[in-house]
Design a protein around this ligand. Structure first.
Ligand code: 7RM
Length: 650
């Protein structure tokens, strides 16, 4: 049996359940399943009630306008996200409460109270205005996990300039592609970023990117690393963050944004080689992020909440910044790697700040598991009361380990399913009421019509199929930036009238959902989304390569590993050096996360008679499973040879 099938089998055999303690339930925001019935009776009222907990300059006329597949939420409403994350907390005792606790990789901490953050955001909002940024102008942000990242994004939101954040681990070329697609005129970066003691040359990457991105006229550079990073500032284009901030005024009127004005673009991998710019708007997104943060994480005034994601991914947008700050919570932000300076670092941080809610990814949990429980055991983790998981399916074994060794068997675990496109969590337990099953994301959030359907879009009551969402929700993507047709085609065409997630999932007899993973050409490597075509394009860009087919195969640690079947130019010899060069080439083109784990050279790729690469077959080979039907192949010999070669390697 293939490894992947075994993993799924183990997942579905899991029978243990875990109910919240009475103590947890008593204090929880949600302590009765009546919420599901209430939501079902009147979904719009359900969301409207959350919207009323936020501050609006002008109330909406209509909660939902739905012209499939286009939704508008809270139409006519005027609101500002930065106002809701900052100003509205200043008139209460939250004014001097920690909004962001920042821990640097080297162990230094910086606490920004709501007042501090408000002041910095206002000043930077004025800096942006001074650089000519106007409402509607896209600002690209390419920063490491430093407080200035939070400040920059909130400043953009304050003046109505949509931000496009590019993860600091992406290459110059990826950055340039995203800048060009969004046509942004301003780029915010830093001289460098720390990673495991080393320095990531962000400014240098930014300089390289701008050789191909002429729309950018101004660059703001945060000094993070100082003299260790040699940066060249281009006169008239590049400015130091601290110089611009020095004389910047401390108040900037928040822009009155329409509910449906754009808040941000975030690029994510789809099924083609080119990442898509997912567009989120203001009112609905904030209501979705606010509500789910409050209910799924049971977030309270006194919590110290830590989501370990990078803000460069959607998880960081919604659950480090917007959701927690809209709730007036204390959100911890850590600059560095989980294993630096040693593998106890996360637990040292939990102990240091007495973290109460901890949200991370299965790939990290599996790494901790492999490193051994003796590391967390050295620290006091008793402050924790709730754990979360996101990014990929969590295998029951990792779930149990997390529950036992991190949660001390007393913390509920919320396994949260969602996507860049969904903006906020759509499937998750509500920790005060849901009986948990390890490996299952459990049930749709109130009002969310998640369903499992077959090829024809017919509901599968019990069993496996495609995961779809059958009605709109406030924080759903509105379009793909610059490509409205692709929005319709990508998400709403496979099953008419339904949003197609790209995931496969199974429903059990209790109605619980078990997300199994992607059913398209999107890979999930250590919780990061990558398209097979992106990696293929990077490989064929190398002068030695003729053709390449990339597949994801099950990996114990990372969820999926990248396997690249590659044909070389005639007469070229394979060598270990070439493998190294090709891996490096991909890292340079896209970023280190895309570096193939394995490169397999082959004289030819298996193709159908019509010339399509048979990916299913390659996936089977990569998984080490039987070949299946090869009769449609043009030259079955190719596969046989490939399979033998692959088996030799093991
Ligand atoms: C938040 C995020 C989205 C893809 C999605 C799934 C997978 C995410 C879970 C999960 C199983 C989960 N956004 N995924 N969460 N699979 N259980 N709890 O990850 O846009 O980067 O990725 O991630 O395949 O489609 S994302």
């Amino acid at each position: 049996m293939a490894k992947k099938e075994k993993t799924i089998e183990a997942l579905l055999k899991e029978k243990r359940t875990f109910s919240p303690s009475k103590k947890f339930t008593e204090k929880a925001h949600v302590n009765s399943d009546a919420v599901y019935r209430r939501a079902k009776r009147n979904p719009e009222k359900f969301w409207e009630d959350f919207a009323k907990e936020l501050d609006w300059f002008k109330k909406w006329r209509k909660v939902l306008s739905w012209k499939p597949p286009h939704a508008k939420w809270f139409t006519g409403g005027k609101i500002n996200v930065s106002y809701n994350c900052l100003d509205r907390h200043l008139s209460s005792e939250r004014k001097n409460k920690a909004a962001i606790i920042w821990e640097s990789e080297s162990g230094e901490s910086v606490v920004l109270t709501y007042w501090d953050l408000y002041r910095e955001v206002n000043r930077f909002a004025n800096v942006l205005k001074g650089l000519g940024v106007k409402k509607g102008d896209v600002v690209t942000i390419y920063l490491p996990m430093v407080p200035e990242l939070a400040i920059a994004m909130l400043a953009c939101a304050r003046i109505g300039a949509p931000h496009s954040i590019v993860f600091g681990g992406f290459s110059a070329e990826s950055l340039s592609g995203r800048i060009n697609d969004s046509k942004s005129k301003v780029l915010i970066t830093s001289d460098g970023g720390y990673r495991r003691g080393g320095i990531v040359p962000l400014k240098k990457n930014a300089d390289d990117a701008l050789k191909r991105s002429k729309s950018v006229k101004k660059m703001v550079v945060v000094k993070r690393v100082g003299s260790e990073a040699k940066v060249r500032m281009k006169k008239g284009r590049d400015y130091w963050w601290h110089d611009l901030m020095e004389n910047s005024h401390a108040y900037c009127e928040p822009e009155r944004m329409d509910s449906e004005d754009m808040l941000f673009i975030l690029y994510t991998s789809g099924t083609t080689g080119k990442p898509k710019g997912i567009v989120h708007t203001t009112g609905g997104y904030l209501v979705g992020a606010y509500a789910t943060t409050k209910w799924v994480f049971d977030l309270k005034e006194e919590d110290t909440y830590w989501c370990t994601a990078d803000i460069g991914w959607v998880t960081g947008h919604s659950y480090i910044i917007y959701g927690p700050l809209a709730n007036g919570a204390t959100s911890l932000m850590y600059e560095g790697a989980p294993d630096y300076p040693d593998i106890g670092r996360f637990w040292a941080i939990v102990e240091k700040y007495a973290v109460t809610i901890f949200y991370t990814a299965p790939t990290a949990i599996r790494a901790f598991m492999r490193w051994g429980e003796e590391h967390p055991q050295k620290y006091d983790l008793t402050s924790l009361r709730l754990l979360g998981s996101v990014g990929e399916p969590i295998n029951p074994e990792a779930w149990i380990w997390y529950h036992t060794h991190i949660g001390g068997k007393k913390c509920p675990i919320v396994d949260t399913w969602w996507q860049t496109e969904t903006g906020s969590i759509l499937i998750s337990a509500l920790p005060g009421i849901t009986k948990l099953k390890p490996g299952s994301a459990t049930l749709p959030f109130p009002t969310i019509e998640a369903d499992i359907v077959d090829e024809d879009g017919k509901t599968i009551k019990e069993g496996a199929g495609y995961l779809v969402i059958k009605s709109p929700w406030p924080s759903m993507l509105r379009t793909i930036y610059g490509d409205p047709e692709r929005y319709v085609e990508q998400y709403w065409s496979r099953f008419p009238g339904m949003y197609f997630t790209g995931d496969g999932a199974k429903r059990d007899k209790d109605g619980y959902l078990w997300v199994l993973g992607r059913v398209d050409d999107v890979m999930n490597v250590a919780g990061h989304r990558l398209s097979t075509m992106e990696v293929e394009s990077a490989l064929v860009d190398h002068p030695s390569v003729v053709e390449s087919a990339v597949v994801g195969r099950t990996d114990q640690l990372k969820g999926q590993a990248i396997v690249a079947f590659t044909t070389l130019k005639k007469d070229l010899k394979t060598s270990a050096k070439l493998v190294g060069d090709l891996r490096q080439h991909v890292a340079k083109k896209i970023g280190a996360i895309a570096r193939p784990d394995e490169i397999i050279f082959t004289a030819e790729l298996p193709k159908t008679r019509s010339g399509k690469i048979m990916r299913r077959l390659l996936r089977n080979i990569a998984e080490g499973s039987v070949l299946g039907d090869t009769t449609t192949l043009a030259d079955p010999g190719v596969v046989k040879e490939l399979k033998e070669k692959y088996e030799d390697k093991e």
